[in-house]
Unconditional design. Structure first.
Lengths: 593, 616
């Protein structure tokens, strides 16, 4: 064995940039300090019960040492019943406190873990809507699943076990110093080797384990995708390629397994040799000391037994130390979310009236590239405005500006005279709601899925809302009514039913202005028909800005704005635009035949 | 098998008759590795178990004031040190290799099974099971398979130590031999409880993670309409439940830990008590007493493997059952076919509905019921999930062709085509005729803005073909996903291309251009498009209206709009009032010429009038 170089391909390397910030070292440190402060009491308790358990475990070797000393000197009185009694008492104390150590350790770890995951979700749900729109939820999702998972082990086991290991080692060494000071020096003989070995190992191990875990996850991910895309795989005859991909992922993962195995192939002998060297040093050096008469035989026995006991705590520290290092990276990703300022907004700002007004608005996602230029638009209360135009022209962006999700770079978007981007998100959504293609049905009861729009609604109001969108028929047919579990794993709703739930939420939330972004476009057009009737009822009396894919939506609107290239190129009612014979008219002719 | 030689060129045919047989099959297939682990394990455990003899020897040497015997002990210790280090390291290497090879073999088998099952896996239960096996079960199965040799080595060592103690010091050895089984088996009855509690904890943790990711996945909805507190409370409750379950589980493990301290401790006390008596009467030496004491301390280590194998088995048993079940899944119908694998060509004809797509033409199909359209599209490709009368291509029944040949002849792009993750280049690299380049297909599917969006995700001025598509194309909008999927199907350039609603999420401007591009790129090839969009229908050579499972009308889009009310109802989405008006005019013998309508037209009219009354 001449060593293994780390594989060239690293599955843990990010493939796309993090869309959300990763916590700096200072943020992570501050968070850990806060976490420890919060759990100071539990931490101290763990250290204390652990100390008692270790001290009790030292009684055995100490008592045996005493007996050996006396027997070897041929002493007549051994106080055997007393010694055995003490031994039994110490054993009982040790057993009780070992149980306490395990339990207190778990309780502390679980508390910290629960705090951490709850803190993270609290932060996540306070993120400004603009950040979410831009960053998407993918990065956040991977943090709450993968990173929390990785941290779980660290919090649940590594922190308590490391604490236990350190306290244990320290007390054993302390015991050794007290019973036979020269023997403590014998332990030091093996220390340089252990330190050198650990230094080499821990420099390489954490990132290697991260890559190994990512590599294994990639194996499962490749298979999951093959399964998920079963139809597509079969239609395109991709079976062979998917097998080849899975085998490539296995090759990449096992390359990392091989590398980490090499790392341990260095560490294991170092640790093993250290243990035996310590024992040998204690026995031989101690033996010589006894022969010279500098040390009692009992002291030697006790010392040798304690040296033998060192195996466990040292193993514990080595076992959990790298876990903690791996966890650090995940922790940085979790606390990174704390670095995003939740935008508070000006709570005193409140719209007077329902007029929507965009005034010479400029907006771009990146520095220097404006997606919208000089856009001005007035929408009177109760008007239906349709935005049409080719993909990428800026319709959706304009819709998000009108819904107050993005703040314009230049110019202003105001509702009833109050600037939307300066209001708190909670205030904005009481007036304006954005309805997009996302018809997320949350895991939970049908009731929960509706209540989120208005927490204090009673069942009658919920049924009324379902009725308003034509959904009460199928909803009443559900076996458990509003208590039916829906969402992934629960009762499977059709896309159209999911859309109806989204609409029922709107009825409950009751904002006076709606921005519809391709709200029905992901649905089968034939199912969309029925839904549009429900939608029409919801829209009744409200101001509506609809980003239209289908021209009949535009046809029904009061005003149509054609967005091309970041500007509004045509604006007016359907008939006027058809008469004007521009872009819209051309499109309408090909549509309507 | 060494790790660096993975993956297996051929993972073999597993024995899937039961979970236990699967475990045994895996075990049998790595017999060499198991024997290696056993041999190194014996060296390691034996070296560890011999340490107490050294301790005893050393103490006795000192008691007897013998410097040479002390030096001898030192030499023995050096030997044991080497044996222990070598044994432990190579045992670990052999054990990890066994685990990795077993896991890799299972992953390979799963990948093959998933590819073989293909569309048959879309049944949700089966799909979920395959994923569970891959993400959770394989680790446990590998653990159980691997642990066998380690356990055997530990068990053999314990027996050897007992025998040695009996020979070395019969009286004290007897005490240890009687006490050991109690130590080995005392906690076993508690293990099922502990694993059960661990399972409950895992289940609750899974539920909490699910709630959290579900909340995050729907976060835009929450931030847009409210309800954050509702979902936070719910998550907090789930999170606290996990904590309680974890502490409950820890209570059991803490109890086990205490018993593991208490029992060896009691044995130690017995050894000390009895041993001192023996020492005082001179029947044993002090060194022998220390050896026995120290042995009991050290035996706890190999004894842990008794516990581990029990746990590995109880954890992996259900996993192995599930893996065996998944690996024995089969496609519902035979896919080998009875004919040779020649790819036929000619008109595509479906005897069940009467639908005919002439060779080399663009046929559009309009169908009022989306589910029926999906089923019909699936049938057009042959080998559907529900077998029936086969669709004919150039007179050859597709169901009688081998699956691979049928899929080569006809490519059916369903309503929800999945974009596989990877670079754009990899996405578009599908088995193809080679006649259509990626550039042509992307242009025809109007993917310019997709390329632009993808280029923006790349570090400075990268080739968009190298840009990464995330799983299911989630980072793209619905319309962008549809256009990329269309481009992929166009590149494949099959004899017959069947598309189900390929542009439903695309805006009208772009859709019009796609219709043009599709027509041009597929000219001379057979194409069937299920759609209700006038922009696409207008470009088709032939439009077929399928109603209630049979072809109801055939013609051009413009003719059908004029003459066929059911067609008009589906494609123009005229409001109910308008439709009723049309129908009334026709009923009144108005100016519009009444087409020869099928008999159920009156029923449709009644339906419309009822709906008008409802809404009035």
């Amino acid at each position: 064995m001449i060593g293994v170089a780390p594989p060239a391909y690293d599955p843990a390397a990010p493939t796309t940039a993090d869309t959300l910030p990763v916590g700096s070292a200072a943020t992570v440190r501050a968070y850990v300090a806060e976490l420890l402060r919060r759990h100071r009491g539990a931490f101290l308790l763990l250290v204390t019960v652990n100390a008692v358990a270790v001290l009790a475990s030292l009684a055995g070797p100490w008592l045996l040492g005493g007996l050996v000393e006396r027997v070897s000197h041929g002493a007549r009185e051994l106080h055997l019943p007393l010694t055995v009694g003490l031994f039994a008492l110490a054993l009982l104390v040790q057993a009780v406190f070992v149980r306490e150590v395990r339990l207190r350790g778990a309780m502390l770890g679980e508390r910290m873990l629960a705090d951490l995951r709850e803190d993270f979700l609290v932060r996540s749900v306070r993120l400004p809507p603009g950040v979410l729109e831009r960053a998407g939820t993918g990065d956040l999702l991977s943090r709450i699943t993968t990173d929390i998972d990785r941290l779980a082990n660290a919090m649940r086991e590594a922190v308590p076990q490391l604490t236990v290991g350190v306290v244990w080692t320290a007390l054993l060494l302390g015991g050794l110093v007290l019973t036979a000071p020269p023997l403590a020096a014998a332990v030091l003989v093996a220390l340089p080797l252990l330190l050198a070995g650990c230094r080499w190992y821990f420099r390489r191990a954490p990132s290697a384990y991260r890559s190994e875990a990512a590599g294994y996850a990639a194996v499962a991910a490749a298979l999951t995708e093959t399964v998920d895309a079963g139809r597509t795989v079969e239609a395109h005859r991709l079976g062979e390629r998917r097998i080849a991909l899975s085998e490539l992922r296995i090759k990449q993962w096992t390359a990392w397994e091989r590398y980490t195995l090499w790392l341990r192939s260095v560490l294991f002998p170092v640790v093993n040799i250290t243990h035996v060297t310590v024992l040998a040093a204690v026995l031989l050096i101690g033996g010589v000391f006894v022969l010279r008469g500098w040390l009692g035989i009992g002291q030697l026995t006790t010392g040798a037994l304690i040296a033998q006991m060192l195996v466990d705590p040292v193993g514990l520290i080595l076992r959990w130390y790298d876990e903690l290092q791996v966890a650090q990276v995940s922790l940085a990703r979790l606390v990174g979310v704390r670095e995003i300022e939740p935008d508070a907004g000006d709570a005193s700002l409140s719209p007077a009236g329902r007029d929507m007004h965009a005034d010479r608005v400029h907006f771009g996602y990146r520095e220097g590239v404006d997606v919208l230029r000089e856009v001005s638009l007035k929408v009177a209360p109760g008007t239906r405005l349709a935005l049409v135009g080719p993909s990428g022209a800026g319709k959706s962006t304009l819709g998000r500006l009108l819904a107050g999700i993005y703040a314009p770079r230049k110019g202003r978007v105001a509702l009833g005279g109050a600037e939307l981007s300066r209001m708190p998100a909670e205030r904005v959504r009481a007036h304006v709601a954005l309805v997009n293609q996302e018809h997320h049905v949350f895991v939970g009861s049908l009731r929960d899925n509706l209540l989120l729009a208005r927490a204090d609604a009673d069942d009658a109001e919920l049924w009324a809302a379902l009725g308003a969108v034509d959904a009460d028929g199928w909803a009443r047919a559900l076996e458990n009514g509003l208590d039916t579990e829906v969402g992934s794993g629960g009762f499977a709703l059709t896309p159209a039913q999911a859309q109806q739930i989204a609409l029922a939420r709107l009825v409950l939330a009751d904002p006076h202005t709606l921005v519809l972004d391709e709200a029905t476009s992901l649905l089968d057009p034939r199912a969309a028909r029925h839904l549009e009737r429900s939608l029409a009822r919801v829209l009744d009396g409200r101001t509506v800005v609809a980003i239209a894919h289908r021209l009949h939506t535009a046809h029904d609107a009061d005003v149509i704005a054609v967005v091309e290239n970041g500007r509004i190129s045509e604006l007016g009612p359907h008939d006027d635009l058809v008469a004007a014979d521009g872009t819209y008219a051309a499109l309408w002719r090909s549509w309507h035949g | 098998m060494q790790i660096q030689d993975l993956p297996y060129p051929d993972p073999g045919v597993p024995d899937t008759r039961s979970g236990l047989r699967l475990l045994w099959w895996l075990e049998r297939n790595q017999l060499g590795g198991q024997l290696r682990a056993l041999a190194w394990g014996l060296l390691h455990f034996a070296s560890v178990a011999a340490l107490p003899f050294c301790v005893g020897l050393a103490v006795q040497a000192v008691v007897d004031r013998s410097g040479s015997r002390l030096a001898l002990t030192g030499g023995l210790l050096a030997l044991l040190c080497a044996g222990n280090a070598l044994g432990d390291t190579f045992l670990h290497r052999a054990a990890v290799t066994n685990w990795v090879t077993a896991a890799a073999r299972l992953q390979q088998l799963l990948a093959r099974k998933a590819a073989e099952l293909g569309s048959a896996l879309t049944r949700r239960v089966a799909a979920g099971e395959v994923v569970t096996v891959s993400t959770g079960d394989i680790e446990k199965i590998g653990w159980c398979v691997e642990a066998v040799s380690r356990f055997t080595a530990a068990a053999v060592t314990v027996l050897l130590v007992c025998a040695a103690l009996l020979v070395y010091q019969p009286a004290l050895g007897m005490v240890v031999v009687v006490g050991l089984p109690v130590m080995a088996f005392a906690v076993l009855p508690l293990l099922p409880h502990a694993t059960r509690r661990a399972d409950v904890q895992r289940e609750k943790a899974g539920r909490a993670t699910e709630l959290a990711s579900d909340t995050v996945a729907g976060l835009r909805v929450l931030r847009g309409i409210g309800g954050e507190e509702l979902f936070l409370d719910r998550y907090r409750r789930a999170s606290q439940e996990v904590r309680h379950a974890a502490v409950r589980s820890a209570r059991m493990w803490a109890l086990i830990a205490a018993i593991q301290v208490l029992l060896p401790g009691l044995l130690l006390i017995a050894v000390v008590w009895y041993g001192i008596h023996l020492a005082r009467t001179g029947r044993i030496t002090v060194g022998e007493l220390v050896t026995v004491y120290s042995s009991v301390l050290i035996l706890a280590y190999p004894l842990r493997h008794f516990q581990e194998i029990a746990m590995a088995y109880s954890f992996s048993r259900p996993s192995a059952e599930r893996a065996a079940r998944v690996l024995s899944l089969k496609r519902p119908a035979d896919s080998t076919g009875t004919r040779t694998a020649d790819v036929p060509s000619g008109d595509l004809y479906d005897p069940a509905t009467g639908l005919c797509a002439p060779a080399g033409r663009l046929t559009a199909v309009v169908c009022g019921d989306p589910d029926a359209a999906g089923r019909l599209a699936e049938r057009l490709g042959g080998h559907p999930a529900e077998p029936g009368t086969s669709v004919l291509l150039g007179g050859v029944p597709l169901d009688e062709l081998p699956l691979e040949a049928a899929r080569t002849a006809v490519l059916v792009q369903d309503k929800d085509p999945v974009l596989l993750s990877g670079s754009l280049r990899e996405l578009l690299d599908v088995p193809a005729s080679g006649n259509v380049s990626a550039e042509e297909a992307l242009a025809a599917a109007q993917c310019d803005d997709v390329l632009e969006a993808l280029a923006q995700t790349m570090p400075a001025a990268g080739d968009p073909m190298d840009a990464r598509i995330t799983e299911r194309g989630r980072s793209l909008s619905g319309g962008q996903r549809q256009r990329l999927a269309l481009a992929r199907s166009l590149i494949a350039d099959p004899e017959v291309l069947v598309l189900d609603e390929p542009t439903s999420a695309v805006d009208a401007h772009t859709e019009a251009r796609i219709a043009q591009g599709l027509r041009k790129l597929r000219s001379g090839r057979t194409t069937v498009v299920f759609t209700s969009s006038p922009l696409l229908l207008d470009r088709a050579d032939r439009v077929v209206l399928v109603h209630e499972g049979t072809v109801a009308a055939v013609g051009s889009h413009r003719d059908l709009v004029r003459t066929e009310p059911r067609y008009r109802a589906v494609v123009t989405r005229e409001t109910d009032e308008e439709r009723a008006l049309h129908d009334m005019i026709r009923a009144d013998g108005g100016p519009r010429a009444a087409p020869a309508g099928p008999p159920d037209d009156d029923a449709a009219l009644r339906d419309v009038v009822e709906k008008m009354e409802e809404t009035a």
